[in-house]
Design a protein around this ligand. Structure first.
Ligand code: FAS
Ligand code: PHB
Length: 391
């Protein structure tokens, strides 16, 4: 078997890349270790930048998002018991974000792939990228106990943080940058109406909280919890009680609670591996970088990576030019590092750090006060939150 681009991983990065390549007339096959239901069962991101919305349109997978997604013009910061709105739309000259769950993005991309009749090998085991330092890379995998091998021109490592692609790179050819945060996010998904029409990021003495949503009837909430905490320590009732303690009186009064559809704890880390290209293998999305979800950047960086990569492959096949693939790592990393900085900054500002002292907390309060009373400060937050332009 042969294909032009072998993609490892059928999360948002792999699926979006597959459709962008298909629209450019480039053949591709995706190898995914899990089943489609397992991939859809992972509850993750909820906020799309305009760049991501535009790429989904290019992939012809935006119809349902435009019909069901929720365009948001602002967010609120809650601190000192009061909410302060950041008018994203006004501060960025008309930009906004789209609230639409990653699960739905993944489902739409799976549908688009099926309509295009493209091959995705689900439940592929022991997927292994081979010879990516040569002109003839290959991918080996097992399916139903049979071993298979496919030759290709390029391999796209879209296999997430724990994937095989980055792990296949010799240690002396890659440099990792990492910061692990001393807390996690306990998330809950429930079929209850959102507490407010926009997202609320709360900085409180008890810790960070986030009120997000998926639709007018489905909400997503997060609480900062210690790294040592376990999801089994949290009944739904305990979650709702703690959330109430982190809200302002109006939000507390509006809060509608209900049974959780999903509840999990995610650790927070910042991580970047450089470079993102190794011969004929290219890393994209969580395979190359991780951000704390505070800035809602993870899914959006995966999208911009594959936006750059699909353009580079199209240049190679259509114009026989290697300039795009030669510059992919440099161009992607410029945008990645700006999103890493913003996500680190938003996380440092909004969370209670166990080892921080009174001075640190006063500085956090002063920065929040500055942000909501300075147009320059609020504009900086707004333009990063809606997403910086593609380089
Ligand atoms: P993914 O991890 O989504 O997909 C990688 C795929 O590769 C998976 O399907 C995996 O099964 C497959 N794979 C792995 N190893 C393989 C192998 N050896 N062979 C074949 N397939 C293999 N981002 C936000 O913006 N907001 C959030 O609130 C948010 N919450 C998150 C919560 C959690 C618990 C996690 C882990 C991440 C969260 N993220 C959030 C980030 C998340 O949305 C990622 O940025 C996004 O899934 C990145 O997509 P991919 O790069 O496709 O990686
Ligand atoms: C979500 O809805 O899951 C979400 C929204 C904004 C964030 C993080 C997560 O910053």
């Amino acid at each position: 078997m042969r294909t032009q681009v072998a993609i490892i991983g059928a999360g948002p990065a792999g699926l979006l890349l597959g459709q962008l390549l298909y629209e450019a007339g480039i053949d591709n096959i995706i190898f995914e270790q899990r089943s489609p239901d397992y991939v859809l069962g992972r509850i993750r991101a909820g906020v799309l930048e305009q760049v991501t919305v535009d790429l989904l349109a290019q992939a012809k997978a935006d119809k349902r998002m435009l019909a069901e997604g929720l365009p948001h013009d602002g967010i609120e910061l809650l601190f000192g018991g009061k909410r302060h709105r950041i008018d994203l739309h006004e501060l960025t000259g008309g930009k906004r974000v789209m609230v639409y769950g990653q699960t739905e993005v993944t489902r739409d991309l799976m549908e688009a792939r099926k309509r295009a009749g493209l091959l995705t090998v689900y439940e592929a085991q022991n997927v292994t990228p081979l010879e990516f330092g040569s002109e003839r890379p290959r991918v080996r995998y097992e399916k139903d106990g049979q071993q298979h091998e496919i030759s290709c021109d390029f391999i796209a490592g879209c296999d997430g943080f724990h994937g095989v692609c980055r792990a296949s790179i010799p240690a002396d050819s890659i440099r990792n940058y990492e910061k692990v945060y001393p807390f996690g996010w306990l998330g809950i998904l429930a079929d209850v109406p959102p507490v407010s029409h926009e997202l609320i990021y709360a900085h409180t003495e008890r810790g960070f909280a986030l009120c997000s949503q998926r639709s007018a009837t489905r909400s997503r909430y997060y609480l900062q919890v210690p790294l040592t905490d376990k999801v089994e320590n949290w009944s739904d009732e305990a979650f709702w009680d703690e959330l109430r303690l982190r809200l302002d009186p109006e939000a507390r009064a509006n809060l509608v609670t209900g049974a959780s559809l999903e509840k999990s704890i995610a650790p927070l880390r910042s991580f970047v591996s450089e470079p993102m290209r190794f011969g004929r293998m290219f890393l994209a999305g969580d395979a190359a970088h991780i951000v704390p979800p505070t800035g809602a950047k993870g899914l959006n960086l995966a999208a911009s990576d594959v936006g750059y990569l699909s353009r580079a492959f199209a240049e190679f096949y259509q114009q026989r030019s290697s300039e795009g693939i030669d510059r992919y790592s440099e161009v992607s990393l410029r945008r990645v590092w700006k999103a890493e900085r913003f996500s680190w900054w938003m996380t440092s500002l909004m969370h209670r750090f166990p080892d921080s002292g009174d001075f640190d907390r006063k500085v956090q309060e002063a920065e929040l006060d500055y942000l909501v009373h300075s147009r320059a400060g609020a504009t900086s937050l707004a333009e990063n939150y809606v997403g910086l332009p593609l380089n």
